[in-house]
Design a protein around this ligand. Structure first.
Ligand code: ZN
Length: 317
């Protein structure tokens, strides 16, 4: 969901009194995900009758991170991790009574940087949270959080421009899919290679994005950590390419069973989808989807990318 939808979700939760204790808010932590957290804090601390007004002292203090009921934790400058000592300070603050008589909130910025000890300390707090407290875990790499923490939190993914596939990448993927299937092994290999080249560009873009989001001090950061973040970002984008391929074959299947154009996801490619559907039997159309799903599973298991691509392009009809 986007920033507005995220804020609406929290507004609804507050109004209906159904709030989770903790939220994992994933997305670009120097972009939309951080903006969403800023607005959620204003929602909690606003003193106007229609929060968040963005004007009152509560809103201002929230956006300056200076509200007495807000605890903001982020990685230490040097080590780039969140330590157990920081968790203890946070814990003490969260157990004090609220200054304003309302909510207390704790934001853990780059929550994937909690080291093991800190994560366990936080987990204990999350198991027995003080009343009317809200924990917001902000991260661009939720896969690095302890599963036990994630399972106690509600997940919210804040999408922004950075998460979207470039229209150019979408078009190139669809152009590849138009040619895929049934043209012989040489074409299949060429298409797999074209896809691999597209993915290489996407990976370079992911690296640029991650580097732009980390500040200059992070240059000292361990290359391993940086590479892991780039890899995670890349895999999110690659997944969208795979889902695009899957949705292409879903459309072909829809077309083979005579569904109308309106329900096709790629209505702009309907001529190609119809032509393909006319050439293959419904069993092949169904198999194509199974092959795309199999490719997805192989990639998730970190099987070599070129192997997964060659498998799929070789098998599609
Ligand atoms: Zn306000």
């Amino acid at each position: 969901m986007n920033v507005d939808e995220t804020v609406a979700l929290f507004r609804h939760g507050l109004e209906s009194g159904r709030m989770a204790q903790g939220y994992v808010i994933s997305g670009a932590i120097q972009g939309p995900a951080r903006d969403a957290v800023g607005r959620i804090l204003q929602l909690l601390f606003c003193m106007d009758s229609q929060p968040p007004c963005g004007q009152c002292a509560g809103c201002r203090q929230a956006s300056e991170r200076a509200h007495p009921d807000l605890t903001w934790v982020e990685p230490e400058k040097k080590s780039r991790i969140i330590s157990v000592a920081q968790m203890r300070v946070m814990q003490q603050r969260m157990q004090q009574t609220s200054f304003s008589g309302g909510w207390k909130a704790c934001v853990i910025y780059a929550a994937d940087r909690l080291n093991a000890q800190a994560a366990n300390a936080f987990l204990k707090l999350l198991e027995e949270p003080p009343e009317k407290t809200l924990f917001l875990l902000l991260t661009d790499s939720p896969q690095f959080l302890l599963p036990t923490i994630v399972s106690r939190c509600q997940r919210v993914n804040v999408a922004g421009a950075a998460d979207a596939l470039r229209p150019e990448w979408r078009d190139r993927t669809l152009a590849i899919m138009k040619e895929a299937g049934g043209a012989g092994p040489v074409t299949a290999m060429a298409l797999a290679e074209r896809t691999a080249r597209l993915l290489a560009e996407i990976k370079a873009q992911a690296a640029e994005e991650v580097k732009a989001e980390t500040d200059s001090e992070t240059v000292e950061e361990e290359t391993n950590t940086l590479n892991a973040r780039i890899d995670a970002r890349y895999k999110e984008k690659r997944k969208q390419i795979v889902l695009l391929m899957l949705s292409w074959y879903r459309d072909v299947l829809m077309a083979t069973v005579g569904m109308e154009d309106e329900i096709l996801e790629h209505a702009d490619c309907q001529a190609d989808i119809r032509a393909k559907a006319a050439r293959i039997p419904v069993t092949s159309a169904r198999n194509n989807i199974g092959i795309a799903e199999h490719m997805n599973r192989l990639l998730e298991r970190n099987v070599s990318e070129s192997m997964a691509l060659n498998m799929a392009f070789g098998a599609w009809r």
